[in-house]
Design a protein around this ligand. Structure first.
Ligand SMILES: [Zn+2]
Length: 780
C-alpha cells in the first residue's frame, strides 16, 4: 500500500465522518455520551476589551467508534485540542493549563502543544463545532478531550455577560463590574464548547480566574484558591464537584457585591445561604431571606427529598435582564426588583412578586434541577409544576398574601386562554429542533396553560394521589432525566391502586388530549327538564382563524365538577369531577343532582342554580342556558359571597368571553354583573373592567348595545382607579390579563383604545419592543 493511497483513504474517511457529523440535524444524537466537564474559565470583564478565555476537559464515552467529536459552540474559537484515554478517573489534572490560559488572556500569547486534531469544522447554522481527531475513539472507552478556546463576554444576557454598576445611583464613589452567566435555554454553547442539550446531565468541576478584590461564585461551594502565576492581583477559585446536571443550569459569577449569610438547619443537615447585592441594597434582602427556609422546608417535605447541595446563593444582576429570575442549581439569579424589597417604599404587590419569584425558583431546585426534562419540547412540565408550587409556597410562607396568590393564579390561566382565543397558539408539547425553537418554548402556553393543566390534573386525581406520584417520580428519577410521560405513568400506577378512582381512568390519555391540542373546550350545560342536564363539549374557536375549521373536530377528556345553589360546595370535594366528557362520549345527560345526594331533582330544579367548574377546576369555559345564568345572577345580588371570589371572576370572564363569541347575549352578562352596581367586589373588578372595555368597543357599531352599556355603566359602583396609591391594590388589578399603564377608568376613551390596541398587538405578535409592557416569558 502506497503512501498516496493511504492519504486518499484518510481524506475519504474524513469526508465521510465530516459529512455524517454535520448532516444529523440540529441535535447531537447519541453517538457520544458526556460524563464530566472540568472547566477553567478566565473572564476579563472590565474595560474596553472584555474577553473570555477557557480550557475545558470533557470526559466522553463514544457509543460508536469514531474520530469525530461534535460540540455545540457559538462564537467560540478553538485554539488547541488534546485527547487522552481515561484509565484512571481519579488522576490529577495538570495545572499548567491555568498558566497557559493566563498567558492567553493577559498577553495574547498561546503556544499550540497538543494539536490532536486534523480539522475543526464550524457549522454556524446548527451552532455546532466538529473536531476531527487524529486518533480514533473506540466505542465504550472513556476519553478526555481538552479544548483551549476564546469566547465573548457579552453585553446582553446570553452566555457570559457583564454590566457596569454603581453601588448607589446617587453616589460618585464606587463603580464596579459584574460578570455572570445565563445559559438557559441554549446559551451554554456561548461560554464553552459542550454538548448543550438538557438530556446530557454530567458532573462539573469549575475553576474561575478573577481579580482578588472580587468574589467568584458557581453552583457549588468554593473549596480552594490559589494565586495566579502571571499577576498578583488575580487568583483562581476552585469549586467542588457538582452532582449531575444539564449545561443550562451551569452558573458562574464574578462580582464585588457584598453579601448576607445565613445558615439554614434542617434535621442534622445545614445549608449555607448567601444573599448577594450591591452594598446599598443589602438591607432590602430581608423579605427574600425571611421566606426561603419555610419554602425550602415545604418543598423538601412535599417531595420527600432533601435539597441536594450544601449551599445556595441568591444574586441579582445590576442590569435589566430579559427574564425575572433563573433557577441555576445552588446559584439563583434574579432581577434586582425580584430579589430586593424596600419595606419603606415597596407596595404589597411588589412584596408579592418578590415572594412569588422566590417560590418559583425554589420549586425549580427540585422540578428541573433534581429531575430534568429530557428535551425542551416537554418543558411545560417543569414550568407548570413551578407555577403550581409558586402559589402553594406563597400561601404557606405568607398566608396574608393568599388574595394575591389566588388573583395571580386566576390571571395566569386566563392569560393563556385569552391567547388561545385570539391566535393559533402552539400546543403545550410541540416539536423542538433548533436553538430558536427551544428559546420560543418559554411562552405563556408553557407557563400558564402548563400550570393550569397540572392544577386540573391534581384536582381530578385528588391531591394525595398526585403527591404520591410526585414523591415516586422524584425518588425514581432524581439526578436523572425524565419527562411528563414518565410522571403520567407513575400517576396511572398510583390511581389504579385505588379501585374507586382508577377504574376506567387513563391519565396518559387524558393529558394527551390537553397537551397535544391547541385551544380549549367550551362545556355547554343545558337543563333538559325532568331533573336532568345535558353536557357537551365544543372547541373554542380562534378569533383570528385564518385556517378555517382546523380546530372544529377537537375533543378532550374533560373533568366535570358540579355544585348547586341548594348545597353550594366549592371545597376539594365539591370541585372533584363527578363525570367526564370524553372524545368517545362528547355529550351526555345526567341527573341534576347525584343520586345519593338526597335531593328530589324534579322539585329542586326550578330555582336552584347549578355551577360547573368551580374554582377553575378545569381548563374550560362553561356556557349555561339563560335561565341558569339568571339564577346565578340572582344569587350574586342576594349574597355574592356564597360563590367564592375566583369562581365569581371566572363566571364573569366566561360570560363576557362567550358573549364576544356570540354564544351569549350581553343582556345576560350585564345581569350577571348587576350586583356590582351595589357591591364593591374587588376581586372581580379588573376582570369586569377589562371586558367592559371590549364591550364598549363593540357597542360603537351597535346602537342597542351602546344603550345597554351606557345604562349599566351609569349605575356602576366602581371607585375611580386614581393614582393616589399607585403601588397598592390598583396596580394589581391593572395587571389582570395584560399589563399596561392601566386606565383611570373604563370611560377614559383614549386610554382604553391604547390599551386595547396594545392587547391586540400582543395577541397577533405585532407588538414592538418599545411598547411591550407585558413579558409573557417572565420566569425561567
Ligand atoms: Zn421557571
Amino acid at each position: 500500500m502506497t503512501n498516496s493511497i493511504l492519504k486518499m483513504r484518510l481524506l475519504i474517511q474524513l469526508f465521510v465522518l465530516l459529512f455524517s457529523s454535520v448532516n444529523n440535524g440540529h441535535r447531537l444524537g447519541s453517538s457520544m455520551k458526556p460524563i464530566h466537564y472540568d472547566l477553567l474559565l478566565l473572564p476579563i470583564i472590565s474595560g474596553g476589551s472584555p474577553r473570555l478565555c477557557g480550557h475545558v476537559l470533557v470526559d466522553l464515552e463514544p457509543t460508536m467508534t469514531t474520530n469525530v467529536v461534535t460540540f455545540h459552540g457559538v462564537e467560540i474559537s478553538i485554539l488547541d485540542v488534546s485527547i487522552e484515554q481515561v484509565l484512571d478517573t481519579e488522576k490529577k489534572i495538570n495545572s499548567d493549563r491555568s498558566v497557559q490560559l493566563e498567558d492567553l488572556c493577559f498577553s495574547g500569547l498561546f503556544e499550540i502543544v497538543n494539536e490532536a486534531h486534523t480539522v475543526i469544522h464550524e457549522d454556524v447554522e446548527r451552532q455546532q463545532i466538529s473536531v476531527i481527531l487524529k486518533q480514533t475513539l473506540i466505542k465504550g472507552h472513556r476519553y478526555r478531550v481538552g479544548l483551549f478556546y476564546v469566547a465573548k463576554v457579552r453585553d446582553d444576557n446570553r452566555g457570559f455577560f457583564r454590566a457596569n454598576y454603581k453601588n448607589d445611583n446617587t453616589s460618585c464613589c464606587h463603580e464596579g463590574w459584574f460578570g455572570g452567566t445565563q445559559m438557559e435555554a441554549t446559551n451554554a454553547r456561548r461560554v464553552l464548547p459542550c454538548l448543550d442539550e438538557p438530556g446530557f446531565k454530567t458532573t462539573f468541576d469549575v475553576t474561575i480566574g478573577h481579580n482578588r478584590v472580587m468574589s467568584a461564585l458557581s453552583n457549588m461551594p468554593e473549596i480552594a484558591t490559589r494565586p495566579m502565576k502571571n499577576t498578583r492581583e488575580w487568583m483562581w477559585t476552585i469549586f467542588s464537584r457538582s452532582p449531575p446536571m444539564p449545561t443550562y443550569l451551569l452558573a458562574m459569577f464574578v462580582t464585588d457585591y457584598d453579601k448576607v449569610e445565613r445558615i439554614y438547619k434542617v434535621c442534622k443537615r445545614t445549608i449555607r445561604m448567601r444573599f448577594w447585592g450591591r452594598r446599598d441594597q443589602l438591607r432590602h434582602l430581608e423579605q427574600s431571606m425571611a421566606v426561603v427556609p419555610d419554602m425550602l422546608n415545604y418543598m423538601e417535605t412535599y417531595v420527600r427529598q432533601p435539597f441536594s447541595l450544601p449551599k445556595i446563593d441568591f444574586i441579582s444582576a445590576p442590569l435589566e435582564l430579559d427574564f425575572e429570575a433563573m433557577e441555576n442549581w445552588g446559584l439563583v439569579l434574579f432581577r434586582e426588583n425580584r430579589l430586593n424589597f424596600n419595606e419603606e417604599t415597596g407596595s404589597e404587590d411588589e412584596r408579592f412578586q418578590v415572594v412569588q419569584t422566590m417560590a418559583h425558583e425554589l420549586a425549580h431546585q427540585f422540578f428541573g434541577n433534581l429531575v430534568t426534562s429530557d428535551w425542551w419540547s416537554d418543558i411545560w412540565f417543569n414550568e407548570g409544576f413551578c407555577g403550581v408550587f409558586e402559589n402553594d409556597l406563597v400561601q404557606h410562607a405568607l398566608p396574608n398574601l393568599v388574595f394575591r396568590a389566588e388573583m395571580s393564579k386566576f390571571s395566569s390561566i386566563r392569560t393563556a386562554m385569552k391567547i388561545e382565543e385570539h391566535v393559533h397558539a402552539a400546543s403545550v408539547i410541540r416539536a423542538v429542533e433548533t436553538a430558536d425553537d427551544a428559546e420560543k418554548m418559554f411562552d405563556s402556553i408553557t407557563y400558564s396553560k402548563g400550570s393550569g393543566l397540572l392544577l386540573m390534573l391534581r384536582n381530578s386525581v385528588g391531591p394525595q394521589n398526585f403527591r404520591n406520584a410526585v414523591v415516586t417520580y422524584m425518588e425514581r428519577y432524581q439526578f436523572q432525566n425524565a419527562n411528563s410521560q414518565r410522571f403520567m405513568d407513575i400517576l396511572d400506577e398510583e390511581i389504579h391502586k385505588n379501585r374507586d378512582i382508577g377504574r376506567g381512568m387513563n391519565v396518559t390519555k387524558i393529558m394527551h388530549s390537553w397537551t397535544s391540542q391547541q385551544s380549549y373546550p367550551i362545556v355547554r350545560c343545558i337543563r333538559t327538564g325532568n331533573g336532568r342536564v345535558r353536557l357537551s363539549q365544543t372547541p373554542h374557536p380562534v378569533r383570528n382563524n385564518i385556517t378555517s375549521d382546523e380546530t372544529t373536530n377537537q375533543l378532550w377528556w374533560i373533568p366535570i365538577s358540579m355544585t348547586d345553589g341548594n348545597q353550594p360546595d366549592f371545597t376539594q370535594q365539591g370541585t372533584y369531577p363527578r363525570v367526564w366528557l370524553t372524545p368517545e362520549r362528547p355529550s351526555l345527560e345526567i341527573p341534576y343532582f347525584p343520586t345519593d345526594s338526597g335531593h328530589d331533582s324534579t322539585n329542586d330544579e326550578d330555582d336552584n342554580w347549578i355551577l360547573i367548574n368551580g374554582e377553575f377546576s378545569g381548563y374550560v369555559r362553561v356556557l349555561y342556558d339563560d335561565y341558569n345564568w339568571r339564577l346565578i345572577s340572582r344569587q350574586l345580588v342576594v349574597n355574592h359571597t356564597v360563590i367564592p371570589q375566583v369562581t365569581r371572576a371566572q363566571l364573569i370572564d366566561d360570560a363576557f368571553t362567550l358573549a364576544l363569541g356570540e354564544y351569549l347575549e350581553y343582556k345576560v352578562v350585564l345581569e350577571l354583573i348587576e350586583y356590582l352596581t351595589s357591591v364593591s367586589d374587588e376581586f372581580v373588578r379588573a376582570t369586569t373592567q377589562f371586558h367592559l372595555k371590549w364591550m364598549r368597543e363593540r357597542a360603537k357599531q351597535n346602537e342597542s348595545l351602546l344603550t345597554l352599556f351606557e345604562e349599566y355603566t351609569g349605575r356602576l359602583k366602581f371607585e375611580r382607579m386614581d393614582d393616589e396609591h399607585p403601588n397598592e391594590y390598583n396596580n394589581l388589578v391593572r395587571t389582570d390579563g395584560f399589563e399596561g399603564e392601566g386606565c383611570s377608568s373604563w370611560s377614559d376613551g383614549v386610554c382604553v383604545d391604547q390599551i386595547l390596541g396594545m392587547f391586540r398587538a400582543e395577541m397577533d405578535g405585532t407588538i414592538t419592543a418599545a411598547n411591550k409592557k407585558y413579558d409573557f416569558t417572565k420566569l425561567c
